[in-house]
Design a protein around this ligand. Structure first.
Ligand code: PBG
Length: 323
């Protein structure tokens, strides 16, 4: 035997030398859940270690993360039912706590990257990402609402908008609205291949945003489909997206690789709530080593081709790296 791959595994120093993929805190965007009020810190029961925070505590959290080197945050709002309606009107009310918080985060930490979520579900009494009429999700009528929401978020100071709604044509529509109003510098990270997944459950608990009726299969992609992600990627690219995202991440590593190999845009992957919860729950029972499982999953997402990882593990990873 002249070839023995084990020679390159014989010590930690050699293993370090030939490591093909390395995670860094700079790879991450940390999703955070915002609630109205002061001094609010409510743990999401299906996501141990993850809280809904009021702005005052969120600013502290962001500061701690920035000290760990994490500098990008995706902020999601949790609204009470009383503020929801059919048209998600609250989403572009300039006085709403979400938009005021975005403004305050950006003014407190100008160097942070603040990403916002564009979709109707946190504000919709129907719990859908689009406008519901007679049991159907209307596409083009939804675009107008997304346009208003996007403009309001850009005005509040968002650096990156994340349309997570999966309506057709929304990237182009949002790009036009932003450009017409002079927000040519605001980026769009499109949820390009967002699948109708069971792994969003804990997130919907966090925001109380589960659909009141039906499911999201007429707009989110079928988990059976791979090549269809290329159709979405082509459209988002033509429409002016700055990043393409695949979501969830772990069950869709093949799709991450597909987009990476077929696009020159940076690829993001969303390591979603259910993926976080699975690891946390089994680690709590002592069935797996939570820390190693976390690192292995994050590494796999990067190895598959993701340039950016949205993950609830971001801070835990940062703390570990600091040690
Ligand atoms: C909805 C949205 C969802 C997530 C991000 N934006 C849930 C959904 O589509 O129902 C899920 C994120 C996660 O599970 O961590 N616009």
């Amino acid at each position: 035997m002249h070839r023995r791959p084990r020679r390159n595994r014989k010590s930690q120093a050699i293993r370090n030398m030939i490591e093909e993929t390395r995670l860094s805190v700079k790879d991450f965007i940390f999703p955070l859940f915002l609630v109205d009020g002061v001094n609010q810190k409510i743990e999401v029961s299906s996501m141990p270690g993850i809280y809904r925070l009021s702005l005052d505590l969120m600013l502290k959290e962001i500061e701690e993360c920035m000290n760990l080197g994490i500098c990008a945050f995706d902020i999601f709002p949790a609204y009470p039912d009383a503020r929801k309606d059919k048209y998600a009107t609250e989403s572009y009310n300039p006085e709403t706590f979400y938009l005021k918080a975005i403004h305050s985060i950006k003014s407190t930490f100008p160097e942070a990257v603040v990403m916002t979520d564009v979709a109707m579900d946190p504000y919709s009494s129907d719990g859908h990402d689009g406008l519901v009429q007679d049991g159907k999700i209307l596409n083009d009528e939804t675009l107008e609402i997304l346009g208003k929401m996007s403009l309001a978020q850009a005005q509040a100071g968002a650096d990156i908008l994340g349309p997570s709604d999966m309506m057709d044509g929304r990237v182009g529509y949002i790009r036009s609205v932003l450009d017409e109003h002079g927000y040519t510098d605001v980026s769009i990270m499109s949820y390009t291949a967002k699948y109708a997944s069971a792994f969003y459950g804990p997130f919907r608990d966090a925001l109380d945003s589960a659909p009141k009726m039906g499911d999201k299969k007429t707009y989110q992609m079928d988990p059976a489909n791979y090549y269809e992600a290329l159709i979405e990627a082509d459209l988002d690219t033509e429409e002016g997206a700055d990043f393409l995202m695949v979501k969830p991440a772990l069950a869709y590593l093949d799709v991450i690789r597909l987009l990476k190999d077929n696009s020159n845009l940076p690829i993001a992957a969303y390591n979603v709530s259910g993926e976080y919860a699975m690891i946390k729950a089994s680690a709590e029972r002592g069935w797996i080593d939570g820390e190693r499982a976390m690192l292995e999953s994050l590494l796999s997402i990067k190895r598959a081709g993701a340039n950016v990882i949205l993950s609830y593990f971001a801070k835990e990873f940062g703390l570990l790296e600091k040690k």
